[in-house]
Design a protein around this ligand. Structure first.
Ligand SMILES: NC(=O)c1ccc[n+]([C@@H]2O[C@H](COP(=O)([O-])OP(=O)(O)OC[C@H]3O[C@@H](n4cnc5c(N)ncnc54)[C@H](OP(=O)(O)O)[C@@H]3O)[C@@H](O)[C@H]2O)c1
Length: 231
């Protein structure tokens, strides 16, 4: 059975992707800070009959990252690492003139430093896999200059750059930075609480991720709405 680690899997996109992968036979290691919601998600995802290990913790904690990879090793290895957990830097988002620098540091720590730390920890297992894959969940804010999305967007742009260089340095792996597009999740509501326009549910974005895993295109940056439209 293939094995995957998905960070931020208690709700939103991470949970929807975990459900879909479990449905396809994947064994999974899942994390989020909130223990109750993570355990509830893992129990629901466990109904597919694959092995699901739920490890509560913060991706910025190096010991937690080590534990995630150790859990994966105990499931037999690691084929897919999804860095999905994310911080906004300010909730709600604010213009750069008022962005707390500690918020920016937190966004960089969660979205960039922790993602690289997990990759570093996971590389030996990923290299040993016949289909070692890293997915960095990005955002269109990494490439578009939206008012108030500057700190978060800068962190996602840095994540994209790490993914691009990792792909060059590790040609035996697939490394995809994936922009999922707007989704109706707690993260979006926290970012822009006054924006109550209808948005796609996270599970509608998952087919684009599955398409990447099925077709295994070259490492690079992909946008889920475009991938979905290609079906
Ligand atoms: N929603 C959108 O419109 C949108 C658009 C573009 C990109 N994205 C990206 O899509 C990804 C998923 O976002 P989402 O909208 O699905 O968010 P979400 O529903 O708020 O879920 C975020 C998940 O990450 C966990 N998490 C947050 N910080 C963490 C940390 N430091 N350590 C471990 N787990 C942590 C959360 O649980 P705890 O809080 O319990 O830790 C939760 O499980 C993110 O990378 C986001 O930047 C989202």
């Amino acid at each position: 059975m293939p094995v995957g680690i998905i960070t931020g899997a208690s709700k939103g996109l991470g949970r929807a992707l975990a459900e879909a992968l479990a449905g396809r036979g994947w064994d999974l290691v899942l994390d989020a800070r909130g223990e109750g919601a993570l355990k509830e998600a893992a129990t629901a995802i466990g109904r597919y009959g694959t092995r699901v290990v739920a490890l509560p913790g913060d991706v910025t904690d190096a010991r937690h990252r080590t534990a995630l990879v150790a859990a994966s090793r105990s499931l037999g290895g690691l084929d897919l690492l999804v860095s999905n957990a994310s911080a906004l830097g300010a909730e709600p988002l604010v213009r750069l003139a008022g962005l707390p620098l500690d918020g920016l540091r937190r966004a960089l720590e969660v979205n960039v430093t922790a993602a690289l730390g997990l990759v570093q920890e996971a590389l030996p297992l990923l290299r040993a896999s016949a289909s070692g894959t890293v997915i960095a969940v990005s955002s269109d804010a990494a490439v578009e200059a939206y008012e108030t999305w500057g700190g978060y967007g800068a962190s996602k742009a840095a994540l994209d750059r790490l993914a691009a260089v990792l792909a060059v340095e590790e040609p035996g792996l697939r490394v995809w930075a994936v922009d999922p597009g707007d989704m109706a999740t707690d993260l979006y509501a926290a970012a822009v609480p006054e924006d109550d326009a209808a948005r796609p549910a996270p599970d509608t974005v998952v087919p684009a991720f599955l398409r990447l895993l099925d077709e295994r295109p070259a490492s690079g940056r992909y946008a889920a709405p475009t991938l979905g439209a290609g079906r």
